[in-house]
Each structure stands twice: as C-alpha cells, then as structure tokens.
Design a protein around this ligand. Structure first.
Ligand code: AMP
Length: 947
C-alpha cells in the first residue's frame, strides 16, 4: 500500500503541467515500441488501453495527461491498478535524461550558432544545462536508454546523448517546432534532424555543386560591382547561400512532381536570382543596366522589380518558374503569389497543391513589421486561399535599411515569430554554412510535400554593403560593418572548408570561378538547368488577350428562352433541401421573375450573369466578406440546408463538365485578399474573378494593392488583369464610414485606359457589365460602385427582354417617353443611386422640362456616347452635374473636364453647374436628419435651381 501511494505521488509529480510534453513523447514512443520506454513507465502505460476507447475517439495520440486526467475521473487511479515498483536512482536519472532531450528540442535553437558575424553573444539557456535537470558531469559515462531519440541506438552513455543533441539542435541549424500541436509533424521533424544530427554527409559531387552555385552567386555580384560601380542593384552579398538554397528547393520540388513554382521576392538579391536561378540572359540584364527598355508599351519599372518566367529541368521533368513582379512595397507580393499559385492549381485540378508550389522570399525587417505577412499566413489553410503550404525564406541580413537594434525592429525574439501563429516549423540556419542551408531546404521541401503546410527557412546572413550600393552603412552600423569588413565571404569560407577536407584543390576552385566569369562575359545563360526550348504547355497562352482595343460596345445578348430556362434551373432547390423561409421566398420570387410574373431585381440578374458565363465556358470565382449570401442579403449563391446545415451552390452544379464556380466568404482581410485575387486574375485570363468589399470603404485597407498593382501593373509590367471589384457605395444616411466607396480615389488613378470605373443603376446593366467583362478579350480591372438600397428599390428593375436582347450602356439617356426632348431646358447629369432620388424629385415637382441622364461608365469616359444622348435636346439652357458625394469627393473633380468637352460640342454657351453636397472633410454626415437636409437641398438645386 505504501509502495502504491509512493507510485501515485511519483506519477502525480510527473504528470504535472511542466512535464506534459515529455510525457506525451514518452507515451508516443511507447505506442510505437513499448520497449523503448523505461520499465516503470511501460507498466503505467500498460494500464491505459482499457480506457483508450473512451478517450481516443478523435485522435489516437491523445496526450497522455488527458488519459491520466480521464483515468482520474472515470477509472480513478488506485494504488491497486498500478504495479508496485521501486524507483531507483538510475530510473530517476533516466527521466531527467528524457527531460534534457526534450529541453534540447524546445530550446536548442537558442544556443545554436546562427549568426555568421557572431555579433551578439547568445544568452545562456539554463534548460540546456545538466545541472538544471539534476544531472552532473559524473553521469556522463552512465548508459541511459535513448527512448524516443532518433540517434540510431537504444541506449548510450549520457555524453554521447548530449553530444548528439548538441550537434542536432545547437549547430548551424536552430529549429523551432515544438509549438506544433500535431504529434506526427513534430516526430517527423525530430526524426529527420536527429537521425543525421542536422548534418548529412553530402557526396563530393553534391558539395561541388553547392560550391558552384555559391561561385555563381558571388561571381555575379562581383561582376556587376566592377562593371557598374555605384549603380543600385540591391546585391545579395552576404546572403549568397540563397542561390544554392533556391537551386535545391526547385530541384527537390521538381523531383516530387511539381510542374510550376511561383516565387515572390523583394529587391535584395533579385538580379542574382534572375540570372543564376531563372536563367535570364545576363546580356539582357547588362543592357538594362545601360538603360535599355524591353517593354513594347507602357512606362516600365526598375530592373530589381522585374518578374521573369522560364522553364528548368529537374529529375521529375520540366518545371516552369515564374518570378512575380513586385513593387517597392515590401511583403505585398506574397499574397499575389498565393493567388497566382491557386489559379494554376485550379487550372491543373491540383487540389492538394502537389503540382504548383509557392515560394515567398522575405527580408527580416519587413517580415517582422508588415501586417500583410500575418494576413497571408492566415490565408494558408483556408478553403478560399489555401495553396497546400508555402515555403517561406527570410534573407535575414539582420538590418532593415539602417535599423538593426532588436528593440527598434520588433518586440519578439526572432523576426520569424509571426509564423508560429499557423504552427509553421521555423528552421533558422547560419548562412555561412551552405551545407546546413541545403539540409534545411530539403527538410522544408519535404515537410511541405508531406504535410501541405507553411514552413519557414530563416537564412541568417548579413549585408556586405549598405541598403544599396551607393549607401554607406558605417554611418549607422559602425560595429557591424567593422566585423563585416574583416569577414570572409561564404564562398571563400566554403572553399577553405572543402580544400581542407580534400574535396577540391585551389586549382579546381579557380577553374569554377573562371568558367563562370567567362560565361557571364560572353553573355551566355549561366543557369545550367535552364531549358532553352521551353514546353509552352506548362503555362497559359495570353496571346488572345494582348493588344486588345478598348471598345465599349460588345454583344452580350443571348436567347431569351434559354435564359429563362437557365434562370429557372438555378433557382429551383432539390425537393429534399429545406430552405430558410425568407430565402425560399426570394428564390420563389426569382422563379416568378424568370416566368415574367415579376420585374427582375439585382440578385436575379447578377446570379444569372454568372450562370450564363459558366455555360459559355468561363470559370467564375467570387470572394469577399459574406459574398455567399451578400452583405445586403441579395445574392444567395450559397443555400443552407435548414435541417443538416449542409450547403448547396446551384451555380457549381449546372453540369458535370462545367468550368469552376467558386464562391467563398473571405476572412476579414482586404489587403491580402485583394492582392490574392489580383494574383489569381492575372494568371487565369478566361475567368471572371470578382472581389466584393463588405462596404466599399473597406477597400481603404487594400490601397497598396489598388495603387501598386491594379491600376498600374499593366503599364509598369505589361501584366493584364480582368479583376472585378464590387464596392458597395451610396449615401443612405448610414454615416461617414458606410456611405462612400471613395469613388474619387479610383477616378484620380485613371489614365491611359488603365481601369474601368462603372456605377450601374439597373439589374440589366450589372448583367451586361459582368458578361462584357468576361466575354470581351480585353482584360482591364473593373471597379464597380455597386448598390445597397438599389438592390431592393422598386424602380431599379429590368425585364428579361433587356437581359436577353440588351447590352451594356455606358450612358443611359432620358427613359421617360413623356418628356419631350424639345421641351427640355435643363439636363441633369448624374451617376449611380442619386438618379433615383432625382427621379422622385422630378415627379414630385412635375419638372417635365428636366431630363436626367445617367453616366454609367465614368472611365473610360464615354464622351462620344454622351454627345449622342444630349444631341436631341435642342433647347437646352442649363446642364447640371448632380452627385450625392461632397464636392471634393465623387466624380466632380475628375470627370468634369470630359463633360465640359462634350457640352462644348453640344452648344457653345452651355456651362456645367454643380449640384451636390459642399466640400467636406468627412465622406458623409453622421446624423440622418442632416443627411436628409443636405439631400433635399441639392435635389432642389438640381431639379429646381433653388439653393
Ligand atoms: P507565367 O506563367 O506567369 O510565367 O507566364 C507565362 C507567360 O505568359 C509570361 O511570360 C507572359 O508572356 C504571359 N503572361 C502571364 N501572365 C500575364 C498577364 N497577366 N498578362 C499578360 N501576359 C501574361
């Protein structure tokens, strides 16, 4: 009895919180091989299976403490159920040895030699001391069981165990993975690292290959430095190991069958990557240094922002590489890459992410600083945005421009800590140990392949020069640069190491560097795996979409009967599908609309536009906040079974061989999500890709994407994009935040026919607008001021005939046939929802001498069409532009010159007047009473000319 209570006490102390991980690991080791754990534990674990069935319904590897707690509750651990045993001093120490090993897995990275410059001495890590675990030097020769350590032995003297742990976890590789809750993943990493002690024995050929890649990395920078001294190139010097890293990552992914890799990276090291990895012709790069332009049209971009595509050969076959174009805004390229990858995966029906791999290369400062990094991680396992795991690489040169103090740069230990939020394993590695770099690259590639989750390589290196080549770094980092100046290059250090080990002679090394330089000088390709005659089937042919004229008119009509049938089909739920009451009513109404018994509303027309495009072979993808139902309850593209919660997407079930229809409610991000959809749309030309903001002003959070990609990408980089942004907009008294989609911002960005800006006012208009966007081969981003109250407005309706036979109208003239054009003295020009307010006002005031004209497309501004619409008003005296936005917002400032130009042609004396809210700092009034007062005032001004 006394023994039993001792055992209970012993168990309780070992089951306490601090030992949980150790116990879990011990239990897992026991499950794998009962003989791998100490006798005492085996006898305890042997008692557990009787309750296993109760506790392991979800996971067979339920943490052992749970078993214990449950056992405490249900089976009550009693002394009698435990075999009595004597705890010897050796057994006690055995437990401590396990605790020590666990501590290495947790904390080894804190002692690892990660910094090539060794600038900051690493702080002592008490958990890694023998003393901390109650062990001493005197125990070093004692033999202990190695239990779940993967060191190739069942038992070994403590000194051997400690040596193995030090080599594995405290050498040039520091691994953080114990934050991963999935046991299989943790065990996998332990096994991979411990079995080779983080230092595989690479063959002579493999070592020579690594050296050649380093020679290329260094040779390239030296060459550019001597040929173009002082020219900005954001060189890789100090981080040359990136090149063997990327080479290995590509080859390894190729060996697994990947067919495409999309890479995003900032400017540092980009030119080196372009030439040495993607195989850009050095001669072309040199011409760019000399100022030559390679774009047929557009305004171009600096060379270290340029993207590139090529095919390389791997052991798994030919692989297409695409380096994404990127702006100076750090980190924003990452979600664009994810979108591009997802589009390629969707195209290849690669739902697991086996065939297309995303690789994101980051700088340390930006990775720690930029919020979009978090947003991109948040996407990684979602239905809408997952890509089967991304390999992240940090070029950690320990300084961001001139900022290197940790307490300025971040509040976390490592710049990579954000990655823990998705439980990504993080492999810190010393960039001056290229073999360790290649090892962690293999680990990362294999981990992604195995678990389809994000993984991070933190390449700890340095920056040999300033932020750019003209910058003097010693101004702000004097001590760091004293060290750097004395520090041998990675290539030099590796040469020395290989020479010392007898793998290569100095003559061999000289040959390697001479060959590389000769190839560069002759302008030859220097990426050996480059495929000179690439297989074009690996990527999409954009030729049909290039150089398309911007023509507004496009035939988007279709057969009325077929349209009617389709409308009925997509609005008929299966009998066994109980719908929610209000949704059922909406769907029933849609059937009536299809049969001509009700006028058509917005939701009907919009969903039907998608259905027709799918029938015509265009994939459709819609994401955004609450898009399935629609923020304002109009879309209902996803039906929810009221009995079992299952969902049905009618548009995804039109026919077995239809193109994809994807609709996903997004997580609450705008920046990363919009960037993702931009990436998707620039990779899938035949698809209609739609992003909808919950309220239009939410797109404020994605301004970088709008400025740097959507409105300028074609002109900077020649990349076409047909993305649609639906931005709910309209002044309905909801206050400053939810009224305006900031139309003025988009219009201010319009130039050179870069985007289209539309404010459709009828269901037929939205129908034809969406169809035109996909059916024309023109690929231009489309920014839509989409409605809120108009979704249910009694007058904002259309007929089936207008859908079947109509087309998108850039300008809608006066539609009331009772208004005689010759009696019209005033025309009110407007755009968007205010049209219906003006209409009401005109009816109320019986102002039949006023015509109301809607400019539905604000950019490209339809001057010719407006002229045609105004021409019949022969007695026109007054023209007013009426908008609901304040004067400094909306379309007034950006569009008045277009209208004035037209008016000048219509009548010499016509002047354009403004009727709208006064200029305002805030987008809209916060009080309904003030909103209505302002509305009344400007409607009077517009219709009656009373201020
Ligand atoms: P990628 O698969 O991204 O490497 O693209 C392969 C080729 O397709 C590129 O080299 C371009 O010629 C063309 N291309 C890709 N995306 C676009 C785009 N958005 N607009 C125009 N051409 C593109």
């Amino acid at each position: 009895m006394q023994n039993a209570s001792m055992e209970e006490q012993w168990l309780s102390s070992h089951f306490s919180g601090g030992n949980q991980t150790y116990l879990d690991e011990m239990y897992e080791a026991y499950l794998a091989d009962p003989n791998s754990v100490p006798e005492q534990w085996r006898s305890v674990f042997d008692k557990l299976p009787s309750i296993n069935e109760e506790v392991t319904t979800d996971t067979p590897h339920k943490p052992v403490r749970d078993h214990y707690l449950l056992m405490g509750k249900t089976a009550k651990v009693s002394a009698d159920t435990l075999a009595p045993s004597i705890v010897t001093d050796h057994e006690r120490k055995q437990v401590r040895v396990h605790q020590l090993a666990t501590a290495y897995r947790f904390r080894g990275h804190q002692r690892a030699a990660l910094d090539p410059l060794n600038l900051e001495p690493r702080k002592p890590v008490p958990d890694l001391d023998l003393k901390y675990h109650g062990l001493t030097e005197a125990d070093m020769d004692t033999v202990f069981q190695c239990a779940n350590l993967y060191i190739g032995k069942k038992e070994a003297p403590l000194k051997e165990i400690v040596a193995a742990l030090n080599e594995t976890y405290c050498s040039s590789v520091g691994a953080e993975f114990t934050h991963i809750v999935n046991t299989a993943e943790r065990r996998w990493i332990e096994q991979r690292m411990e079995s080779v002690r983080s230092k595989p024995d690479y063959s002579a050929d493999a070592r020579k290959h690594i050296l050649e890649r380093l020679a290329a990395a260094e040779g390239m920078e030296k060459y550019l430095g001597s040929k173009y001294p002082g020219t900005k190139r954001f060189g890789l010097e100090g981080g040359e190991s990136l090149i063997p890293l990327m080479d290995e990552l590509i080859q390894r992914s190729g060996s697994y069958g990947a067919k495409e890799i999309v890479i995003g990276m900032a400017h540092r090291g980009r030119l080196n990557m372009l030439v040495n990895i993607l195989g850009k012709n050095p001669a072309e790069l040199f011409e760019e240094f000399e100022g030559k332009s390679f774009l047929d049209s557009g305004s171009g971009d600096v060379k270290y922002h340029q993207g590139f595509s090529s095919n390389v050969m791997t052991s798994g076959g030919e692989l297409h590489l695409a380096l994404a174009f990127n702006p100076s805004h750090l980190e924003i390229a990452s979600p664009v890459v994810e979108g591009s990858v997802r589009a390629r995966q969707d195209r290849r029906k690669d739902s697991q992410g086996d065939l297309v791999v995303p690789v994101s290369i980051h700088g340390d400062a930006a990775f720690a600083g930029q919020g979009v990094v978090m947003e991109t991680f948040q996407m990684s396992q979602t239905r809408a945005y997952g890509t089967g795991g991304t390999v992240h690489i940090i070029i950690n040169n320990q300084v961001g421009f001139t900022t290197s103090r940790q307490d300025d740069a971040r509040s976390t230990e490592y710049c990579t800590d954000i990655a823990k939020m998705v439980q990504a394993p993080i492999f810190h590695v010393n960039g001056d140990d290229p073999e360790a770099v290649v090892f962690v690259t293999q680990l990362a590639a294999d981990y992604r392949q195995q678990f389809k989750r994000d993984v991070v390589i933190d390449l700890v290196c340095y920056r040999r020069r300033g932020h750019n080549e003209a910058d003097e770094p010693a101004m702000t980092q004097p001590m760091m640069y004293q060290t750097i100046r004395k520090h041998k290059t990675t290539f030099e250090l590796y040469c020395n190491s290989l020479e010392e080990q007898g793998f290569l002679s100095r003559a061999d090394i000289k040959q390697i560097t001479d060959d590389y330089r000769a190839a560069l000088e002759s302008g030859e390709h220097v990426a050996k795996s480059l495929v000179k005659e690439p297989n074009k089937e690996l990527f999409v042919d954009w030729t049909p979409y290039l150089n398309q004229p911007v023509v507004d008119d496009h035939d988007t009509s279709s057969d009325l009967k077929a349209l009617q049938e389709l409308a009925i089909e997509i609005n008929t739920p299966p009998e066994s599908f109980p719908m929610q009451r209000q949704v059922n009513k909406i769907i029933e109404d849609r059937i009536k609309m299809a049969k001509g018994a009700l006028p058509l509303n917005w939701g009907f027309a919009e969903t039907l536009a998608y259905a027709t495009l799918i029938q015509q072979g265009h994939p459709v993808r819609i994401t955004g906040q609450d898009v399935g139902r629609g923020t304002f309850v109009h879309r209902h593209a996803v039906w929810h079974n009221q009995k079992d919660g299952s969902t049905l997407v009618p548009l995804a079930n039109l026919s077995p061989d239809q193109p994809r229809f994807d609709i996903y409610d997004s997580f609450l991000s705008e920046e990363a999500v919009l960037a993702f959809e931009y990436g998707y749309a620039t990779t899938m030309p035949n698809a209609l890709v739609v992003w909808e903001a919950q309220f239009g002003d939410f797109a404020n959070g994605a301004q970088v994407v709008i400025d740097q990609f959507i409105t300028s990408g074609e002109h900077k980089w020649g990349r076409l994009c047909g993305l649609v942004m639906l931005l709910p907009h309209g002044y309905e008294g909801q206050g400053p935040e939810h009224s305006s989609a900031r139309l003025e911002r988009y219009l201010q960005l319009c130039a050179e026919q870069n985007i289209q800006v539309i404010a459709p006012t009828t269901p037929a208009q939205v129908y034809h607008m969406l169809r035109r966007q996909a059916m024309r081969n023109l690929r231009k981003p489309l920014v839509v001021m989409s409605p809120k109250s108009l979704l249910r407005h009694k007058d904002a309706v259309s007929t089936l005939e207008e859908l079947a036979n109509g087309r998108f109208e850039t300008v809608i003239g006066e539609t009331n046939s009772d208004i005689d054009p010759l009696n019209v003295e005033r025309v009110v020009l407007c755009s968007g929802k205010v049209y219906y307010d003006l209409l009401d006002k005109r009816v109320k005031e019986e102002a039949n001498n006023v015509a109301i004209v809607r400019i539905e497309q604000l950019y490209p501004f339809p001057e010719d069409r407006l002229f045609e619409v105004l021409r019949p008003f022969k007695n026109l005296k007054d023209v007013v532009w009426c908008q609901e936005e304040p004067m400094n917002q909306g379309a007034w400032y950006s569009s008045q010159h277009h209208m004035r130009r037209v008016l000048h042609s219509v009548g010499e004396n016509l002047y354009l007047r403004y009727a709208g809210r006064d200029a305002s700092a805030s987008p809209a009034a916060g009080y309904m009473s003030l909103h209505l007062e302002q509305l009344e005032k400007f409607l009077n001004d517009a219709i009656l000319n009373i201020q």
